[in-house]
Design a protein around this ligand. Structure first.
Ligand code: KG4
Ligand code: ZN
Length: 347
């Protein structure tokens, strides 16, 4: 089975060809980060105009890299929710046009579901020897720029959200704190880099604990960092002088602690045998390090997709669609719409 995936929900234009549900034959990702950098964040109109400019060459390259023709494909999968509506509409319109022209089934996919399925992706020819194929059910911590959710993934299309952020998403907190620290956009990779060599225990930033729920909150932490920065002049006078690396590392540590705290509780609650951490923030090196040491003391198996599958990509969209097709859960007509806001269970 060969599925072409198309992902244009934000500022990445991506197309991928996935074989037999999980094997990535090609995955092209064109990021607009540099174009939005001067504005300190994503400008929606620029994002959609650039999607329109990039979509055709990106899809063409994905087909060439995979060495397939239109007649080799079994279906087209496209992200139709949630995301920037102008960006989503470009991918959806383009995918519908291809489906119509080549008489192919087209499957709309929820971006969050795509992230969850990134845990299954494998490079072509990657051996399974010594590794068990990932399986259901599993607990999934989805941490991206727009979402922070703990999801109990029972089966394809059967998801229970156990906890979610009540304010900022984890990635959003990284981006806002990076801006306050003058580190530019996107903030996650910048804080990750600057934290190297910093002392994660230099400043005891607050960790929100919303027990008895498994929800998250990052707004208080962000405010605490901003307040701390305002008091810097005083601190410099007193010669108590933490470095930028210390502040970044201490913030990063607080985010990682909050994520790990709820993840461990959710794993206990669900009696999970498998735990996956996916989404852009899962690329964070300190978080990965802490997750790996935590998993060694627990009786669950940890899956941390390689960095290329953590951030937005079309391979995860094609993968989710392939699993849906196999289960007979794939909608396939040209009538579907795109939605800026959607939950993982919205069909
Ligand atoms: O999943 P993603 O590519 O797009 C969304 O669906 O949002 O996630 C993007 C987010 C951004 O907020 C970015 O700052 C964050 O992921 N991010 C990171 C790292 N790399 C990307 N956050 C922390 N550490 C990183 N290394
Ligand atoms: Zn994403």
């Amino acid at each position: 089975m060969l599925v072409l995936g198309i992902e244009t929900s934000c500022d990445e234009t991506s197309a991928a060809v996935v074989e037999d549900k999980v094997f990535v034959r090609s995955n092209v990702v064109l990021s607009q980060t540099k174009l939005h950098e001067p504005f300190g964040g994503i400008v929606p109109e620029i994002a959609s105009r650039k999607q329109m400019e990039f979509i055709a060459p990106v899809v063409k390259k994905a087909m060439e890299d995979a060495k397939v023709t239109w007649s080799d494909l079994d279906a087209i999968a496209v992200t139709n929710r949630p995301g920037l509506i102008g960006s989503l509409l470009v991918g959806v319109s383009f995918a519908k046009a291809i489906a119509l022209a080549h008489n192919l089934p087209i499957i709309p996919i929820n971006h969050l579901e795509g992230h969850v399925f990134s845990v299954f992706l494998r490079d072509m020819g990657e051996s399974f020897e010594g590794h068990q194929l990932w399986d259901f059910p599993f607990l999934c911590l989805l941490v991206s720029g727009g979402h922070t959710e703990l999801i109990w993934v029972k089966e394809v299309g059967d998801y229970e959200v156990l906890g979610r952020t009540k304010d900022d998403a984890a990635g959003e907190a990284f981006d806002k704190v990076a801006r306050a620290l003058g580190l530019g956009f996107p903030g996650g990779p910048a804080i990750d880099k600057v934290s190297e060599g910093g002392d994660p225990n230099a400043i005891a930033f607050p960790r929100a604990d919303l027990t008895p729920t498994l929800n998250f909150s990052f707004a208080g932490l962000k405010t605490a960092v901003v307040r701390y920065l305002k008091g810097m002049e005083e601190r410099l006078k007193r010669k108590s002088n933490p470095t930028l690396a210390d502040i970044a590392a201490s913030f990063q540590e607080a985010v990682a602690d909050m994520l790990l705290n709820n993840l461990a509780k959710a794993a206990e609650l669900t009696d999970a045998e498998r735990v996956a951490v996916v989404g852009g923030v899962a690329a964070n090196r300190r978080l990965r390090q802490k997750l790996m040491s935590l998993s060694q003391t627990q009786n669950w198996q940890l899956a941390l997709p390689p960095l290329k599958w953590c951030t937005d990509n079309a391979a995860m969209i094609a993968c989710a669609a392939s699993f849906r097709m196999e289960k007979g859960l794939a909608r396939s007509d040209l009538l579907f719409d795109a939605f800026a806001v959607a939950e993982i269970n919205d069909s």
